[in-house]
Design a protein around this ligand. Structure first.
Ligand code: FES
Length: 87
């Protein structure tokens, strides 16, 4: 069974005009990973405003890591999830 690195974390997705056109797949991928692993109890997925990086849409932000993730595809979303949230 997977283990969460941090008790409380937030994954933000940019919901600005540009990102919201491209973030649907990555968002739903993260959502289902969170519920599959039960991590949805300690990690939430929230929206944020345009981060001024529209060229790199869709943009995500991992709160605990203080890191932006750019051009997040479904595949990249899965990688990010494995790297930061699965021990
Ligand atoms: S719309 Fe997402 S960074 Fe601008």
């Amino acid at each position: 069974m997977s283990k969460c690195n941090s008790l409380d974390d937030v994954i933000y997705f940019c919901d600005g005009k540009k990102c919201c056109r491209y973030n649907e797949e990555a968002k739903s991928c993260i959502k289902s990973l969170l519920s599959e692993t039960g991590l949805n109890k300690s990690i939430s997925l929230e929206k944020m405003k345009c981060q001024g990086m529209c060229k790199s849409a869709p943009v995500f932000y991992i709160d605990s890591e203080k890191k932006y993730k750019k051009e997040v595809t479904k595949k990249k979303a899965k990688k990010i999830f494995d790297k930061y949230f699965i021990a």
